[in-house]
Ligand binder design. Structure first.
Ligand code: ADP
Length: 172
């Protein structure tokens, strides 16, 4: 499985699936969630509402899939990251679950390429360095016969620097 790093906007990525750092209400929010809903159009929100009506809110660390609407991707995998509250052990486990459950879901959909944003490192205030370590470890440890490429999409410079160092031996 190839691991790539891109600096930019995840809504522009032509992967089979892009991952959304969703809000637990599933009704959209700011940051990457807002960008995905704005660029993808109302079909994504309509499916989120349907899912919410069927199963209630999405628990932290879990993942579900919708169409990608007008985006170049085929699917949007929505996962709810933990809000950082200083409990490192609990928050780390929940963030790891976001990556793992998104990868498991992607695999079940036959996805070959998947792009992740830096989940929880925006308004949810997860420390970026620790979040990067968890994300890269989870992806490196995920053994798949189906997934061919995982792209980490960093929006801000600080995350890009962190990921460049963490992935140095892989992406060089
Ligand atoms: P969370 O609530 O999980 O913290 P945010 O959307 O606030 O979610 O932030 C998560 C990460 O997504 C941040 O590192 C932020 O810089 C990044 N981000 C914001 N907009 C985009 C975008 N269009 N594409 C990729 N990443 C983005």
């Amino acid at each position: 499985m190839k691991i790539e790093l891109i600096k930019g906007d995840i809504t522009k990525i032509e992967a089979d699936a892009i991952v959304n750092a969703a809000n637990s209400s599933l009704l959209g929010g700011g940051g990457v969630d807002g960008a995905i809903h704005r660029a993808g159009g109302k079909q994504i929100l309509e499916e989120c509402i349907q899912i919410r009506n069927q199963q209630g809110k999405c628990n932290t660390g879990e993942a579900f899939v919708t169409t990608a609407g007008n985006l170049p991707a085929k699917y949007v995998i929505h996962t709810v990251g933990p809000v950082w509250d200083g409990d490192e052990e609990k928050c780390s486990k929940l963030l790891a679950n976001c990556y793992k459950n998104s990868l498991i879901l992607a695999e079940s959909l036959g996805v070959k390429t998947i792009a992740f944003p830096n989940i929880s490192t925006g308004v949810y205030r997860f420390p970026k360095e620790l979040a990067g370590k968890i994300a890269t470890e989870e992806v490196k440890n995920f053994k798949s016969e189906i997934l061919e490429e995982v792209i980490f999409v960093c929006f801000d410079e600080e995350n890009e620097e962190i990921y460049r160092t963490l992935l140095k031996n892989i992406t060089d």
